[in-house]
Design a protein around this ligand. Sequence first.
Ligand code: GRG
Length: 330
Amino acid sequence: MMTPMSAQSPSGEQVPVTQDSLGSVDYETLFADALQSVQDHLCRYLDKDAYDASPEAGGLWEAMRYGTLDGGKRIRSVLALEVCKACGGRLEHILPTACAIELVHAQSLIHDDLPCMDNDDLRRGKPSVHKAFGESTAVLAGDALIALAFGLIAKETPLTAPITAEILLQVLGDFSDVTSVRGLVNGQFVDIQYEGKPFTQEILEYIHTYKTGALFRFSLRAGAKLAGASPEVVERFTLLGQKLGLAFQIVDDLLDIASTSETLGKTAGKDQIQQKATYPAFFGEQASRSQVIQLTRESLALLDETRGLPEDYDPSALKALVGFISNRIR
Ligand code: GRG
């Protein structure tokens, strides 16, 4: 079992997240194997030599690799891997999808940073892709990453038990929803529409549900599906993904206020300048923090539910991830 640690809130004060104070875990150490598996697979997939690319497209591959391989917490892919493992699944079945999640996440950051979107010159502690490679290359790199992500799932997921063609098609269908106007694009659109405008709680929840929640929901859902879990278990983990996505985004909003660009690797303090629809702007910082604590408790309770899971089900790694999401400082 993981050792519980004390929790650090985004504002720097100690917050007891749960009764047993599950807190800021040493994420890189605890999940070193998962992080390495994802990184190795991504490096191999984005190896431009392996793709017989014409030399003229070399700059595009370079931009894609720059935006994807160097930096990032990989929290969504690690969640997918750990859910699959907890549900009795195998690494080889979830790894292609976990990496596809990282490709789409990288694409969303590349496009989000463009001047026509959130306009940020700094990402993962270095110049954002359009700053390093130019705007047209950044747009094309993002476009190429989305298409490659679908190919990764379709071509590299082994069709061995418990994975059937039907399960694989379901995952691809879910992935299409996440990457379309039923997911991230929808959230980003509404987020931009409401910049500098009055917004309601419903709009705020809507933005977060799609902009950030969609990829979290997919990550956990795919992890369960690709372990061959029952529909009930898949829905339970999808709900957990919804709660974790929301907690992750509220913490992101709090860090934008309380942290620095150096720590975050992206420009801090932008939400207020751009008058974004955020939890702290609507509810205040303290109430937002309380919501994170509530979501954390609900997430831990979902992980204590064992119905439909293998006899040796061990939620400790997933509980550590919940603690990391709630108490992260970057
Ligand atoms: C998917 C087709 C398609 C389009 C994307 C641009 C866009 C449309 C959506 C933007 C979504 C977005 C940037 C949401 C913010 C989510 C968020 C909190 C990102 C930061 O995630 P971290 O902290 O980043 O996990 P690292 O760098 O650690 O990977």
